[in-house]
Write a protein that binds this ligand. Structure first.
Ligand code: ADP
Ligand code: ASP
Ligand code: MG
Length: 437
């Protein structure tokens, strides 16, 4: 069975939902993962912000406007009164549940409940619409099977057991519709898989049921060779291997959630990135195969902080790097890039929640300096070191840009540069011009 995920723009209006219905009704059984309609999760964050700031009036006005918008969409989507009424009734409960949260103390627990409502709103609409046009589809509540463990990693044992049970209980259905993004955590609270997490839902489900393929349907014809939001004349990459796709996703290619490739890679399930607006376009196939000697694509990850620790004692000292890394581990802060020299080490982080404590601890080992507002630019492809001249070509593209760090050799697929945020756009453009045009 295939797993298909449709993102926010793909379900962004009544017409788009009808288009999705046409795409998924081809007689084949499939699991369909849906995001919230585009803009809804942002609106739910806005509502939460009002509640954190103890402004229930602001929250209620935003809730009322959102509800109005959904009423209009329901009116446009359905032609039979019965299905319209059924959908509006579920939406009413959802909006009243959000309103109930405006009355009490608002914490991150309540925020996660609010954020979960977007996918609940969209899936009930699409599922009821499919029923209205005579398709045997059922709604599988993601909160019944999508679970994370104490490390916020997917709990595959639970997911497999509960997903299989609910699929078996609905054997005669043609289509299974479920919510992306939302889950329960190890404490059985409503939680989510981080922004953009519906892609991750699809790949976790794919791995859990050993799907034949996972398809991520979005608003562009596959992974482009550079970020189309910053660079003109980007082009789709037709084939990526799992490692290349994972690097691009982790280093900022927004088309994929940062960690969504891992489950499909481990289960060797091909992933296809496809365009809902242009369903015949070939898109991108992500699989186990590599295309030798090709530089594939560039991505950029924002919000990076670089830390340098200089120590006379690093020279010939064993254990220095371990002590440095242990500090980051103790604050559950992961490191993205590392470079070393005789006298010190530079590394980067994107989570600065514990920056002050980390810096205080690092100062015991040397002189510490920090650069904020940095960006990691990552070039992926077959960058095996025996391919002579590839890294030189990439470095040459950035000859006009001040580069703070370069990391190469950590994998066969990646060379990364740390630059200032203000140089991001021209770096990406220079790489496109040199490498692809
Ligand atoms: P969805 O709502 O369907 O999940 P997203 O907005 O999360 O869609 O992802 C699709 C967007 O990712 C595209 O519209 C594009 O602007 C952006 N994007 C960033 N980098 C890339 C890239 N390398 N290739 C394709 N799209 C990219
Ligand atoms: N609705 C969620 C978000 O906007 C999840 C997703 O779209 O993948 O982040
Ligand atoms: Mg997305």
């Amino acid at each position: 069975m295939k797993v298909l995920k449709f993102g926010g723009t793909s379900v962004g209006s009544a017409q788009r939902m009808k288009d999705v219905a046409k795409l998924i009704c081809d007689g084949e059984n499939k699991i369909v993962v849906l995001s919230a309609m585009s803009g809804t999760t942002n609106t739910l964050i806005e509502i939460s912000d009002y509640l954190y700031k103890k402004n229930p009036d602001g929250a209620n006005e935003t809730i009322n406007n959102l509800e109005k918008k959904y009423k209009m969409i329901v009116n446009e989507l359905f032609s039979k009164e019965e299905y319209k009424a059924k959908t509006l009734a579920v939406h009413k409960v959802i909006f009243n549940d959000i309103r109930a949260l405006t009355l009490d103390l608002f914490t991150s627990f309540e925020e996660k409940v609010v954020l979960a409502q977007g996918e609940l709103l969209s899936t009930v609409m699409v599922n009821n619409y499919l029923n209205e046009i005579g398709v045997k589809s059922v709604l599988l509540p993601a909160l019944d099977f999508m679970k994370t463990d104490k490390n916020a990693e997917p709990d595959y044992v639970f997911i497999k057991e509960h997903l299989t049970a609910t699929l078996n209980a609905n054997k005669d259905a043609e289509l299974y519709i479920t919510q992306g993004f939302i889950c329960k955590n190890a404490y059985n609270e409503i939680d989510n898989l981080q922004r953009g997490g519906s892609d991750y839902t699809a790949s976790i489900i794919g791995a859990a049921i050993l799907a034949s393929e996972v398809q991520i349907w979005t608003d562009i014809d596959g992974m482009h060779n550079n970020d189309p939001r910053f660079v003109e004349k980007t082009a789709p990459v037709r084939v990526l291997n799992f490692d290349e796709a994972a690097e691009l996703a982790y280093f900022g290619a927004k088309i994929l959630h940062p960690t969504c490739i891992l489950p499909t890679k481990l289960a060797n399930i091909p992933v296809r990135l496809l365009n809902t607006m242009e369903p015949q376009a070939p898109g991108t196939l992500i699989c186990g195969e590599s295309e030798p000697k090709k530089i594939k694509a560039v991505a950029a990850k924002d919000g990076i902080t670089a830390i340098k620790i200089k120590s006379g004692r690093m020279l010939l000292a064993y254990g220095f790097l371990r002590k440095v890394f242990e500090i980051f581990e103790s604050y559950q802060t992961s490191i993205d890039m590392v470079t070393t020299s005789e006298v010190g080490v530079s590394l980067t982080i994107d989570n600065t929640n514990h920056l002050k404590d980390i810096l205080d601890d690092l100062k015991k080992f040397g002189t510490v300096s920090v650069d904020k507002d940095m960006v990691i630019v990552c070039v992926t492809g077959d960058l095996e070191w025996t391919n002579i001249g590839f890294e030189a070509k990439v470095v040459d593209a950035l000859k006009e840009i001040p580069v703070r760090m370069i990391a190469y050799g950590g994998s066969n697929h990646n060379i990364s540069f740390l630059i200032k945020a203000e140089d991001k756009k021209r770096s990406l453009q220079a790489l496109s011009t040199h490498l692809f045009n």
